[in-house]
Design a binder for this molecule. Sequence first.
Ligand SMILES: Cc1cc2nc3c(=O)[nH]c(=O)nc-3n(C[C@H](O)[C@H](O)[C@H](O)COP(=O)(O)OP(=O)(O)OC[C@H]3O[C@@H](n4cnc5c(N)ncnc54)[C@H](O)[C@@H]3O)c2cc1C
Length: 713
Amino acid sequence: MDVSVIGGGPGGLYASILLQKANPDWEITVHERNPQGVTYGWGIVLPNRTLSNLRAADAPSYEAIDERSTQWEPFDLYYGGERYRSSGHSFASMLRTDLLELLQERCRDLGVALEFESEIDDPQSLAAASDLVIGADGIHSETRSEFADEFGAETVDGEARFSWFGTEADFDALSHIFVENEDGIWCAHTYPGEVSTFIVDCDAETWANADLDQRSEEEYLAYLEDVFAEHLDGHELLSQVDRWQTFTTVRNERWSHDNLVLIGDAAHTAHYSIGSGTTLAMEDAIALADAIGESDADVGTALESYEQQRRPIAESLQRSGERSRLHFEDIRRFYGFDGIQFVLHHLTRSGRLTYDSMSRRDPDLVEEFERWFAASSPGGAATPEQADPVSPATQPLELRDLTLSNRAVRVAGQTFDARDGRPTDAQLAAVRERSNDGAGLTMTEPLAVSEDGRITPGSPGLYSDDHVSAWQETIASADTPVGSTLVHTGTNGARQTQPFGLEGPIPRNESWASRVTDQYSNPPRTYAPDRLQGEDLERIERTFADAARRADDAGFDYLQLQLGNGYLLGSFLSPLTNDRTDAYGGDLESRVQFPLEVVDAVRDAWPDSKPLGAVVQATDWAADGLTLEDSFAVGRALSDRGVDVLAPVAGGVSDDQHRGDVHGLANFSDELRNEVGLPTMATVQATTSDEVNTLVGTSRADLCTYYGSVNEL
Ligand SMILES: Cc1cc2nc3c(=O)[nH]c(=O)nc-3n(C[C@H](O)[C@H](O)[C@H](O)COP(=O)(O)OP(=O)(O)OC[C@H]3O[C@@H](n4cnc5c(N)ncnc54)[C@H](O)[C@@H]3O)c2cc1C
């Protein structure tokens, strides 16, 4: 076979090695546009898992890597002028030039032809002349651009700026060094080595404040040497290329087209802060060589099987990289954290390390954190040193005069068998049962503020005094505080039920369906924001306030208002559902007006001593819909009106919604909590204490819905 490889980076060279080793009679040529020995970049890190894969794939190149790399285990985080060292992170680092050099040597030993200064600008012709073309030409791949439609290529640029430097300053750990100056927050990512790697990044605001684009290379190097003076220890920053970049995320719907295949950065990129790009490229090469070997050199079958094997792994790392990238871009949000709190939040940023895995890697660090958490909790010791280490999930939380004994929230499932809004004995028994197993808070199913605000004919409500007496005894006998969510479903209600959830609307001639559901727009959709007039709004506001009063009479300890998922108040917030032209429509400030008036009315009716929460729409996940930035403004307005807890939800407004795969609800909780400064309840399906602690113990949420055993928290 005649194989042409475009790009002599780690991916292209390693694929050539493995293919040539397995097929000594094949003609394999690597085309590299740079002269030999010329490359951009200083050091790279390789996790130990990758090293064992490399050893299994090709022992001679592994041995050369082992010889020229530095092994290390600690990770240092510098924050607020302090160093926090975390152990248990095994990696090797080496210079990119060393890696390329040893891979080139191995290529030559095996008979691979290396052609330097050979830039391929016409991959199509090369494909016509070869049996297989491997596009290993990196992040700005010409192979990918040439066949962008065939590959379904997408590239998205991040906002932060970075540049890659070297330094002779000595580091004995992988470090993230945060330094704040008058222009903003800077971070250096350093890897130890003969020449240490020193990547500097900053958010867009810091970049603009420091006028870095106006400074010459000499000037910005001097500026950064000053910023990081304490860490550079008198050494200068070494620069190869005068270049500041934004990180480009590369995705392709397909990784091959005819006899062309993409590997490494040409196919997918993962943010440098998780140190995985070289690993991914070399492991792609292993999978490609294996697939070709297993397919008896049937190129079509091999390329398909290579992609099936690698795509899930690459996409998973890509998602972790995205989370990590966003963390760095939004670093200001977390910059007020206490030191040890910042460290644990930072180490778990990509989602690959959970609370328990951190405890196994570095028990001392987690113990220090747990002492801090215990001392910061209500009734905790005066100082962390005096506190006992505890699982954060078990710690109390104070909300106004209510103290929750731990961070787990039980939710009574929806059974849809209430009669005229009055809960059945089975519904009450379900709440009693959940409230007696020791969780911090038990939430009933949502309660409608009016008959026509119910989700289904079987949904309970708090719109008559008769409903109050139904709840009183259950709440009085509950061992733990009981809360509920007040809802008016707007045009989202009047639904039929099925065994595992909701169906379409109930028939038009039944009950209130004709007035509320989208499907029956003529006669009017009474509860669509644009149809509600002055007296309707006053009435709705009153029903919320009356329901809050009844909730207090019934003995509820906590109440939250439903402002998400396209229900009535949420539909005022979203530009997709609110097209009013009066004071309640238009920009966000106007769209939030009616929900805020309802919050005011409820806050007046609900005792000051009791906490009030809001289920808040974090994003519509739809073009032109409510964005995460909008939800921050809504969260701040709610906080100003006396809301104490935010419970983020997303979507449910548009049929054309595109769920992002990086943000889960847990992440919206992280963002809303730390941007708005209010406690959050993460609405997730947590079943283990690890999941609760991964949110609560890393400052991403304060409460977490939980379906596991409270004794195991
Ligand atoms: C700041 C920074 C830090 C990083 N740190 C790490 C780390 O610690 N660990 C890690 O694993 N990864 C790291 N990476 C990522 C890593 O560098 C890349 O993911 C990795 O190099 C990808 O390998 P590749 O072979 O796919 O592409 P590349 O290494 O980019 O190689 C592509 C090659 O193709 C050549 N080429 C391009 N176009 C043509 C053409 N038309 N014709 C011929 N040749 C061409 C280029 O000159 C280049 O040599 C980092 C990246 C950055 C930006």
